[in-house]
Design a protein around this ligand. Sequence first.
Ligand SMILES: Nc1ncnc2c1ncn2[C@@H]1O[C@H](COP(=O)(O)OP(=O)(O)OP(=O)(O)O)[C@@H](O)[C@H]1O
Length: 628
Amino acid sequence: MLRIMKYLSKAEIGQMLIALVTIVGQIWFDLELPDYMSDITTLVETPGSEMRDIWIAGGKMLLVSLGSVACAVVTGYIAARVASSFGQRLRSLEFRKVESFGPAEMSRFSTASLITRSTNDITQIQMFITMGLQMIVKSPIMAVWAIMKIAGDGFEWTLATAIAVVILLVAIVVLMALVMPKFKAMQQLTDNINLVARENLTGLRVVRAYNAEDYQEAKFTKANKDLTDTQLFTNRAMAVMMPLMNTVMNGLMLAVYWIGSSLIDAAALTDKLTVFSNMVVFSSYSVQVIMSFLMMSMVFVLWPRADVSAQRVLEVLDTDPLVTNGRDTAADVARIGGNQTGTVEFRDVSFTYPDSREPILEHVSFEAKHGQTVAFIGATGSGKTSLINLVPRLYDVSAGQVLVDGVDVRDWNLTALRDRIGYVPQKSVLFKGTVTSNVSYGDRPGKSGADDASVALADTSTAAGRRREAAQLAADAAHDGKLTDDERRRVREAADVAQATEFVERMDDGFDSAIAQGGSNVSGGQKQRLSIARAVYRNPEILIFDDSFSALDFATDRNVRDALAAHAKDATKLIVAQRIGTIMNADRIVVLDDGRVVGQGTHRELLDTCDVYRQIAESQLSKTELTA
Ligand SMILES: Nc1ncnc2c1ncn2[C@@H]1O[C@H](COP(=O)(O)OP(=O)(O)OP(=O)(O)O)[C@@H](O)[C@H]1O
């Protein structure tokens, strides 16, 4: 928990120091009260006391109480302010970190867990700061201060208080040992609930189609029951705490008065009043001592969960992606690579997924020159996707080298490298927005070094930070959906290339038509065409299509390829395909079989030299097409 505090900003630390002063102030006021009470008791018990004096002592007591309330309000305000700006920063940092993750880190944490970690876990930390930090500071100071006030006031009373404190400490330690492991499990079980709920929601159509509601429900019931059982255990354990505290507190009161009665009994007549007054004061202070232990126990209710949550958030923040950023900017690459713009070369590349032992690619070598089309074909699972994922560095090679523009991709600055690439993944991804916003998605070149900016932006603990955040939001809002005429023309051009214009124009608002989250309001083929348009819009040096024509009919497939050849003739195209028709005109076809290159060349050459290719071709083309 302490380690996460390093993410507090200077302003927040300053605010917390002010809160420390108000906390000490509140304790001072609280501990002044019994003294005035003692004065009033003495005045009431002393014959001939003036009513005026009692009013004055009462008035002072009221002022002291108001002082205590004022301090409590200021402390609460500051704690809430610090907790929310700190929570906001942690969420931003975590979001930023997750953005830098590659598929390897995503599968290590799982999407469901990352969602819990940036929502529920941060809420736990926020709650702890709002309530726990006040108590954590307040309770020991108050306990020590109150003990000092009563120490030496009466051996018997002090002993009774000490016994009560020991009972409380033992109870707290035992309870913590019991519930701490359960709190850890609780966050993991919350992950699990998220996982099952997400799976059910994303796979809703399949669930319905296979009448698998009962199966899904059973899975959810199990996850739900596991979480409920754990929560019940911890809540029951914690439920013991409050009654125990009350019993100890009342027991102590009883003991103080019981001891007091015998002390008063034994005292000489003149001392009886003093002993009585001492007893009233002592009982008030001992209540404060027990109250501070009560507060400590509340801290121990909040702390274990917040501690587990802090560890889980730190685990994300401390993870360095396997794919690290290189240094070479576009200008460096042009100098080092000798202007080999648009070339992609694999030099004896082997690749094994981080979580497996079997190599997926072995000794793959090929070269794609500027403007060439290189296609990859092979059976399912032969490693085509794994191969092209190495170009934008979704993963890094295990051996060998991948060179873009003549420079090893590991040396490239990641932003510069990815700005060069238009990537259409196997599974099309569309974002909530409009057709235009999806096609022009890559129109803002990446900003290297944005990390610092985002950390600074996330600091909203100062007025300057909040102004900066507002300016950034206003700039983003001004940019959203406000494309220039030239950009709109380019969106249309990209849609033309992807053969998307016709269906987009048939939509209600044309290019401004809404796209639902995940593109659920357009068909699979339409999604693919918009994804292709998005890549074309960037006008990149390298276009990567991972089986991106599979949902297109043959005529559209051909039209897209013809339009690409004309529009993006300068771009180097890497195409993964299952259909021979899609790739037979490529400059080079690389045939993969079980992660190895078993043939390379043009369609004609491969028909003569590569058995695997010939078999695929024979299964897809007619005799006349084969001999054409
Ligand atoms: N994240 C991963 N971790 C471990 N193994 C993986 C991972 N992704 C894919 N694989 C394995 O790598 C092999 C190659 O997968 P890849 O997706 O590259 O094949 P592909 O040729 O593109 O197949 P398809 O044509 O079906 O898309 C498969 O055996 C698959 O099980």
